[in-house]
Design a protein around this ligand. Structure first.
Ligand SMILES: Cc1cc2nc3c(=O)[nH]c(=O)nc-3n(C[C@H](O)[C@H](O)[C@H](O)COP(=O)(O)OP(=O)(O)OC[C@H]3O[C@@H](n4cnc5c(N)ncnc54)[C@H](O)[C@@H]3O)c2cc1C
Length: 381
């Protein structure tokens, strides 16, 4: 039986908070370092149907409200518009609330929440010495949950390659009088590996554009976004709109088999490991799931080797297939038109195809079976 190690978790976003909650509730000693507390991390905050189904506790406490979404409007590169009702709604959280909910859960489970950044870590005979500006603690296992710019990753597994990263720019801005808060809008500009979005929250709207790093200059992305927002508001962008810019992992096909998510006495979870759907940019589910899988591997006594096997089997292989489809989805052509135009065209005409699309947008469609499911559903009306 493995000795019960103590944990230093660097970062209290979804991955770190969930790992901390699961480990602490199983009796492990956990220190969770998070300097910003519950903050408005640059993010759409879309939590898919699949995530809500597995983690229904996300909706248990009404003091952490989120916006239900039951309609998606898609605009294809060729200008086709499709509106789809969702049978199974998903939610948009503002990140301050989502992180607040998850940190509270970790605290209630018994994790020690340290409101400081980790500034250094070094190996000791028994594990790690982890330091902030004011103190140091000893821990058996070091967990990097410090997001896309992870210093734990940089020092122990190396930085992401520029090709494996996407750039996002966006705004949090007031709602538009003419638009429903229950409708998400997504536009696919021609030739862009990425998309532009409007994700309504309970009291504001998160706008953004995601694009593979270095494919287009940031100024061009901003212009695409301003154009989209101008149409959303049917007029000028509100002066109170708050700008953000951030990176998110977008691992290419070749990168998945060489992901280093563990090493001697350390592990990476969430964005720090690169666990983001490269097509949609969805990372909250994979952050929560990887935190849970890491904790589970210690709770059942198998440890880091089991975590390394578990994440790939659970979702890694599926995301690897997603990255194989990435270029074909955004830049490929089918029957003489961009693939997305064709997908929107088919969805408008075939209920079966539309169902598969809706499942994909809700995070419920496996990429491993996508082709088969499209073919077998496409002509069911
Ligand atoms: C613009 C944008 C839109 C997105 N939209 C969506 C979406 O709609 N749905 C979705 O599922 N995903 C979305 N994502 C991805 C999602 O934001 C991430 O996948 C998710 O937040 C990852 O969680 P995490 O816990 O791994 O990392 P993070 O949420 O990034 O948390 C990392 C934490 O580590 C802390 N930290 C950093 N350095 C240190 C340090 N030295 N010491 C201590 N703490 C530290 C930070 O303060 C931060 O709180 C989006 C990403 C971006 C950039």
């Amino acid at each position: 039986m493995m000795a019960r190690p103590s944990f230093a978790i660097v970062g209290g976003g979804p991955s770190g908070s969930v790992a901390a909650a699961e480990l602490a509730s199983a009796g492990f000693a956990v220190t969770l370092f998070e300097p910003k507390g519950a903050w408005e991390k640059p993010c759409g905050g879309g939590v898919t149907t699949k995530a809500l189904e597995r983690y229904s506790w996300l909706l248990d406490d009404p003091s952490w409200p989120s916006q239900p979404i039951d309609r998606i409007a898609l605009l294809s590169p060729g200008g086709r518009r499709l509106e789809m009702e969702l049978d199974r709604p998903f939610r948009i959280f503002d990140r301050r609330r989502l992180n607040g909910l998850l940190l509270e859960r970790a605290r209630n489970a018994g994790a020690d929440i340290a409101g400081e950044a980790v500034s250094a870590f070094e190996r000791t005979n028994s594990g790690w010495k982890v330091s902030t500006r004011t103190r140091s603690i000893d821990a058996g296992i070091l967990v990097g949950a410090d997001g896309a710019g992870s210093v734990v990753r940089r020092d122990l597994a190396g930085r992401f390659r520029p090709d494996d990263v996407a750039l996002t720019v966006g705004y949090n801005a007031p709602p538009a009088a003419s638009r429903s808060l229950a409708t998400v809008e997504i536009e696919f500009p021609p030739g862009l590996t990425g998309y532009v979005w409007a994700f309504p929250r309970t009291d504001h709207v998160n706008f953004g554009v995601i694009n593979r790093l270095n494919e287009r200059p940031a100024a061009e992305l901003k212009a695409l976004l301003h154009n989209f927002m101008g149409r959303y508001y049917d007029g000028p962008i509100p002066e109170t709109a708050e700008f953000y810019g951030a990176k998110v992992p977008m691992l290419g096909h070749g990168a998945w088999r060489s992901v280093r998510a563990t090493g001697d006495g350390w592990a990476l979870i969430g964005d720090a490991a690169g666990f983001v759907d490269p097509i949609t940019g969805e990372g909250i589910y994979f952050a929560i799931r990887s935190g849970e899988l890491l904790a589970g591997s210690f709770v059942n006594g198998t440890g880091l080797a089991e975590y390394d096997r578990a994440w790939f089997e659970d979702f890694g292989e599926d995301l690897e297939v997603a990255s194989k489809y990435l270029d074909r989805f955004y830049r490929g052509r089918f029957l003489g038109a961009p693939v997305i135009d064709r997908a929107v065209w088919f969805s408008a005409r075939h209920a079966g195809f539309r169902r598969v699309m809706a499942r994909a947008l809700g995070g419920e469609q496996s990429y491993l079976t996508l082709k088969r499911d499209l073919v077998s559903n496409a002509f069911r009306f």
